[in-house]
Write a protein that binds this ligand. Structure first.
Ligand code: ADP
Ligand code: UVW
Ligand code: MG
Length: 413
């Protein structure tokens, strides 16, 4: 039994989990994990942050058993991480007594240098910083998390687990952009892909649900959260993915547009009068659902659409249209399709987005059973009819457990 603290710093949130891992077998299969505590700091940098801390080790304080919630000011990810450390100190479990063997950190961009998890040191911190330009919503947050956590928990090794790593198997024809090859090479312009740890965590669960080895399966994994991506997974390996050099490409997201004609960006710079920084802000924070419908949270957009808001209605249709675009492309890229796997905040919870995205695909064997789709469940499950040619599965992402396992593999505990 080994206890690992996992820190998942996202664009506007920090998720964390204290996991007891039993066994470190092959990726995704080996041993399960028991969550001792987990939590979330959200709405970072908005002036109205919120912390939820939950302990599941049977201990606990206050009326809500092991659950504590409070609003607090979290101007940045450093402050969020300090709040997390405080929450453990105040409400437990005590990190000093938990038998912690390592801290695992999600790092979004690993560039070409990191295709596997590595120990954190000052050099790694510098590398994460240098890649910040390519993941401005994520790498700076990841780095702040690492810095605060290293100071707060200095006695155990810290490990960085990269979103990009799982996509190291994508072949050259899929990661190469058809730019001038010298310009592209000099500037390191190629597809990397992200959300890889999440995808790696759902593939074995999907295979188990189907009762077939992942090696035999062609799946498209739709990670639909605040960021969103599609990944073609053939024989258990990533062969194509929708995010690119940066986490801007591909599907429509909470505040990011996904694919846009690059000519439109030149036009905005030249004729639209935007500065580079304004364009950066537009693409990373002012587009996607927020840009189309005025709200980045799918729950809010679905509410507005139900109330007859035409912008919200169109936004959901654009989201669905782009999902189908990638689904079709990846089925053809793989030459077959056994399963569509939905995961992350939206994929796991929004029956409405699932319904819209997969509507009208019966001719290709993709069918969603309305009753199964509407069921509220936290379990991995099938939402297609049992006899449909393509299985449609909802599988909760186990990003934190996956990071814990990969962290343990690095520290050899
Ligand atoms: N019950 C729900 N119904 C619909 N959408 C939900 C629900 N819960 C969460 N979401 C959506 O999930 C998104 C967050 O997904 P998540 O995977 O946690 O993103 P991230 O890791 O990028 O912060 C929210 O923006 C929200 O739109
Ligand atoms: C890479 C990425 O977009 O991550 P997230 O969905 O956590 O923002
Ligand atoms: Mg996420």
């Amino acid at each position: 039994m080994s206890v690992v603290l996992v820190v998942n710093s996202g664009s506007s949130s920090v998720k964390y989990e204290l996991v007891e891992v039993d066994g470190t077998g092959p990726d995704g299969e080996g041993g399960g994990g028991r969550s001792l505590a987990s939590g979330l700091v959200e709405r970072i940098g908005t002036g109205g942050g919120h912390l939820r801390h939950e302990r599941r080790d049977g201990e606990g304080d206050g009326d809500g058993g092991g659950r504590t919630e409070r609003d607090l000011d979290v101007p940045d990810h450093g402050a969020a991480l300090r709040a997390v450390v405080d929450a453990f100190a105040q409400h437990g479990p005590d990190l000093g007594e938990a038998g912690l063997v390592a801290v695992g950190h999600r790092v979004v961009h690993g560039g070409t240098r990191f295709s596997a998890p590595v120990l954190v040191d000052d050099d790694l911190e510098r590398a994460v910083e240098e890649l910040s330009d390519l993941a401005p919503l994520h790498n700076p947050a990841n780095l702040e998390g690492i810095r605060v956590a290293r100071r707060a928990v200095p006695d155990v090794p810290h490990v960085a687990v990269f979103d990009t790593a799982f996509h190291a198997t994508v072949p050259p024809e899929a990661y190469t952009y058809a730019l001038d090859r010298d310009v592209a090479r000099r500037n390191g312009v190629r597809r990397y892909g992200f959300h890889g740890t999440s995808v790696a965590s759902v593939v074995p669960r999907a295979a188990a649900l189907l009762g077939r080895p992942a090696e035999d399966l062609a799946m498209v994994v739709l990670h639909l959260g605040n960021g969103a991506s599609a990944t073609a997974v053939l024989g258990g390996r990533s062969v194509e993915t929708s995010m690119g050099l940066t986490p801007l490409e591909g599907l429509v997201m909470g505040t990011r547009p996904g694919d846009v004609d690059p000519g439109a960006l030149l036009h905005l710079l030249r004729a639209g009068g935007l500065s580079v920084d304004e364009l950066d802000h537009l693409l990373n924070r002012g587009s996607g659902l927020a840009g189309l419908a005025g709200a980045s949270d799918v729950r809010e957009v679905v509410r507005r659409a139900a109330d007859g808001d035409a912008d919200a209605e169109l936004a959901l249709d654009v989201v669905a249209h782009r999902v189908r675009h990638y689904l079709g492309a990846y089925a053809f890229a793989m030459g077959r399709l056994d399963a569509v796997v939905l995961t992350a905040g939206v994929g796991e919870n929004s029956a409405e987005v699932r319904r819209r995205a997969l509507a009208g695909l019966e001719g290709f064997g993709v069918v969603v059973d309305a009753g199964r789709n509407a069921e509220l469940s936290r379990e991995a499950r099938r939402i297609s009819p049992d006899d449909a040619p393509v299985a449609v599965l909802v599988v909760p992402t186990a990003e934190e457990l996956q990071i814990a396992r990969e962290t343990l593999a690095v520290v050899g505990a």
